[in-house]
Design a protein around this ligand. Structure first.
Ligand SMILES: C[S@@+](CC[C@H](N)C(=O)[O-])C[C@H]1O[C@@H](n2cnc3c(N)ncnc32)[C@H](O)[C@@H]1O
Length: 363
């Protein structure tokens, strides 16, 4: 069942004032605000759209309807156990053509841009970094000095050990964020790690002409396996990028452990950047009966799974892992099919959580 809102010409002129949200800054989450209802078909997307109570209730009912029948537990376990195989098949079929490059990446997450590293101490080969990078976000906000995040590890050498600024992307897929990041960090004493549990996805990254082992290390890794080591020490990362990946993981059984394990690899002052599907997004309401695994968690026809988050759930996931909120937003947009004169509600979550600094000497 499709959750389209058909707008006739008459309906367009009646779009209620709820769509006006006026005067927001261009970032975060865009600044294209629909102030004149008659303009609705001028653009493909409008930002900061508020839902009416009626729309919210209608969406709730649709989700309730499509999740009445749950997939039997036996079958559910198969989706969990064989998740990497479904994603491998996905990349075998779509190669790197399915997801678009994340063009919003640096506007929404300027923290990904390496700080000016001039004058930073870069340790010699084999030395641990006594003075790790102190990151500064691109929006001008300076991070606190990261002096106490000394690398203590059994690893003598690891890829990216000389970098002053280290980023990890988990569930990186075919590299729609990886390549924009590689291009932005070259020559900046920064290093990108990226992993996915689909070996096909990682191959696509490694075969890409822009893949450069001098600034990037791509590896196969199931982030639900919280016991195997990463190819870098704990407390060594400035930024962890988690984009449309936690939604693919069982919300109750696995997600919390994953976030805690990732948090352990952040330096003090390091930040997790998160973007994912939000509750009652169009794609949730389009699911048919018989595709629901558990509340708000579904499997697609191809066997990959997707969860739809609320703000509170995101907050609990990250704060239970000891991280503090910088941003936790619901990104509500109106997507417009101008040819068919149809509008659709999209909902995404966007959040930033920081690992607190330990204040030495406090009792
Ligand atoms: C929706 S795609 C998003 C890909 C990429 N982050 C992007 O935004 O284009 C989800 C990705 O997460 C990966 N993934 C899902 N569960 C994973 C897990 N447990 N460990 C590692 N990667 C996982 C999938 O293989 C897939 O590449």
């Amino acid at each position: 069942m499709r959750m389209f809102f058909k707008l006739t010409v008459r309906a367009v002129s009646c779009i209620p004032c709820r769509l006006y949200s006026g005067g927001r800054p261009p970032a975060p989450l865009g600044g294209r605000i629909l102030t004149h209802p008659e303009d609705i078909f001028q653009h493909n997307m409008w930002d900061h759209v508020q839902w009416t109570e009626e729309e919210r209730e209608k969406a709730r009912q649709k989700a309730e309807e499509n999740s009445k029948e749950k997939i039997p537990l036996e079958e559910q376990l198969k989706y969990d156990r064989e998740a990497h195989k479904y994603w491998d098949r996905f990349y075998e079929t779509h190669q790197s053509k399915f997801f678009k490059n994340r063009n919003w990446l640096f506007t929404e997450f300027p923290e990904l841009l390496p700080p000016d590293t001039a004058g930073m101490y870069i340790p010699e080969q084999g030395q641990s970094s006594g003075l790790d990078s102190c990151s500064e976000s691109g929006n001008g906000e300076k991070h606190q000095p990261c002096g106490s995040s000394t690398l203590t590890s059994d690893m003598d050498t690891f890829p990216g050990q000389h970098a002053a600024f280290r980023i990890l992307e988990v569930g990186c897929g075919a590299g729609n964020s990886v390549f924009p990041i590689i291009n932005s960090i070259k020559g900046n004493k920064a290093f990108l790690y990226c992993c996915d549990f689909s070996s096909r996805a990682v191959e696509l990254i490694q075969e890409h002409p822009d893949y450069d082992p001098a600034v990037c290390h791509a590896f196969v890794r199931d982030i639900c396996d919280t016991t195997s080591p990463f190819p870098f020490p704990p407390e060594s990362l400035d930024i962890i990028l988690v984009v449309f990946v936690l939604s693919a993981i069982h919300p109750a059984r696995r997600a919390q452990g994953v976030v805690e394990s990732l948090a352990g690899h952040l330096k003090q002052g390091g930040i997790v950047l998160f973007r994912d599907y939000g509750r009652y997004d169009l794609s949730q309401l389009r699911f048919k009966k018989g595709q629901c695994l558990s509340e708000n968690f579904y499997t697609r026809q191809d066997g990959t799974c997707v969860y739809f988050f609320t703000k509170d759930e995101v907050h609990h996931l990250f704060s239970n892992a000891g991280l503090e909120e910088i941003q936790n937003l619901e990104d509500r947009r109106l997507q417009v099919n101008r040819a068919k004169k149809v509008v659709m509600h999209r909902v995404w979550m966007q959040s930033k959580y920081r690992k607190p600094y330990l204040i030495s000497g406090s009792v």
